[in-house]
Design a binder for this molecule. Structure first.
Ligand code: UGA
Length: 431
């Protein structure tokens, strides 16, 4: 099939490269010339495991990139994978989605055949119908349900494992305005055998949009619940991980996403849960439970710092923060729980020295505080420290040596697998 993918972020590039690997002809459109040049040169524009190999293999063959939409009309199907930033008032900015749809519409105005456009960006229910559809109709002169088909096909790709997640989906959700358009997207994935092991969910547009939000809200809520249970366990001197392991044996609950600790961050959960809460309020429903999910998450960094303060006078203390990325395997620090930890330590008068294997440059921009020192190894950060706080569970932390610390106090927000006997004080956030 001939497919165009608009946007070359981690979702768009992963989709484009994996569709090329399936054997489809893929055009990846992005306005950023440097990204387009990189893809055409066979270089991957983003840090994502397994993606560089795919981009290198297919660039110049059945994967090409362009800054213009000129060749989009030659494709059968287009995916919109552009960003939807949060605005100051908390609502989502659909201007990138809308302008991508407008440019796409212009490019297919002369196309004789029907064109199908699928939204992959995470958008609130109603957006494909009320923003994408009208933008396409305005500039293409085509009409939805006649010569224009609309689809919502949400992604469930986690950063760092996006390529793996693409090949092993639990489900593929395809909401469409008409059966023919939905069938086209179904056939696209069937070509790569993706449907052999995944459940196929066909629905209308709004249901598919809601599934994505419900999925992320459920996962965020699961972590906040396990964190609340962990906080309760801690008050009673019970190991929350032993409890979670047993609880996860119940098929109805499942064993994944039961790691209690510092909470959830990243570019998706916080933004999506907030957007869903705002959507609910706009519909005059107060989302009490989701409000609690966010409250529990917001409290965890403060609890970690309070735990440290119960062992060390933080004022004037040298405190190492280990891990800045929102999760291991990525350099992304957006909404990382490490950031409020650093800020609270600094507010308590501590001298913060931070280390992360890959996220230091991004953290420097996000934290914007000259008083925070950064080291290029965990050992260097621990040297002379009065305490260390673990914020990201990087594998390398399991082999930490605490020899250089002034006081061997480790406050663990992520349950790393260190030798606790080496420490004077080991405290887990929920265990
Ligand atoms: C998440 C979803 O997992 C994807 O399915 C979804 O497609 C993506 O958002 C999106 O909306 O695009 P991601 O943000 O990459 O993916 O990160 P996750 O691996 O889900 O982790 C989110 C946060 O939860 C991290 O901060 C992680 O440390 C935390 N977490 C996860 C826990 O605290 N405990 C757990 O047991 C699991």
């Amino acid at each position: 099939m001939n497919v165009s993918v608009i946007g070359s972020g981690y979702v768009g590039t992963t989709l484009a490269a994996c569709l090329a690997e399936m054997g489809h002809d893929v055009l990846n459109v992005d306005l950023d010339e440097s990204i387009v040049d990189a893809i055409n040169a066979g270089e991957c524009p983003i840090h994502e495991e397994g993606l560089p190999e795919l981009v290198e293999k297919h660039a110049g063959e059945n994967l090409r990139a362009a800054t213009d939409y000129d060749e989009v009309a030659e494709t059968d199907l287009s995916f919109i994978c552009v960003q939807t930033p949060t605005q100051d008032d908390g609502s989502l900015d659909y201007s990138y989605v809308e302008s991508a749809a407008e440019m796409l519409g212009e490019s297919i105005a002369e196309k004789a055949d029907k064109h199908v456009v699928a939204t992959k960006s995470t958008v609130l229910p109603g957006t494909t119908e009320n923003v994408v559809g009208p933008a396409l109709e305005r500039t293409s002169g085509k009409t939805v349900d006649e010569d224009l088909g609309l689809v919502m096909n949400p992604e469930f790709l986690s950063e760092g494992t996006a390529v793996h997640d693409f090949w092993h989906p639990d489900k593929i959700v395809i909401g469409a305005t008409d059966d023919e358009s939905g069938d086209l997207v179904t056939d696209l994935y069937a070509a790569g055998d993706l449907l052999d092991d995944a459940e196929l969910v066909r629905s209308d547009l709004r249901t598919a949009e809601m599934v994505k939000y419900a999925n992320n809200a459920f996962l965020a809520a699961k972590i906040s619940l396990v964190n609340e249970l962990g906080n309760i366990c801690k008050t009673a001197d019970i190991d929350a991980y032993e409890v979670a392991e047993a609880v996860g044996m119940d098929d109805r609950i499942g064993s994944k996403f039961l790691r209690s600790g510092l909470g959830w961050g990243g570019s998706c959960f916080p933004k999506d849960v907030d957007a869903l809460r705002a959507f609910a309020r706009n519909n005059e429903y107060e989302p009490t439970l989701l409000n609690g999910v966010v409250d529990v998450n917001d409290r965890q960094p403060g609890r970690l710092v309070d735990l440290a303060a119960s062992h060390v006078d933080l004022d004037g203390a040298r405190v190492a923060v280990l891990g800045l990325a929102f999760k291991p395997g990525t350099d992304d620090v957006r909404n990382s729980r490490a950031i409020p930890v650093v800020e609270r330590l600094r507010d308590a008068g501590a001298d913060v020295v931070a280390y992360d294997p890959v996220a230091i440059e991004n953290a420097k921009t996000a934290i914007d505080d000259d008083s925070v020192e950064y080291e290029d190894s965990a050992e260097a950060a621990l040297e002379g420290a009065d305490a260390a706080l673990v914020c990201t569970d990087w594998d390398e932390f399991d082999a930490l040596s605490f020899k250089g610390m002034k006081r061997k106090v480790l406050i663990d927000g992520r349950r790393i697998d260190v030798d606790r006997d080496e420490l004077d004080v080991y405290e887990g956030l929920c265990w």
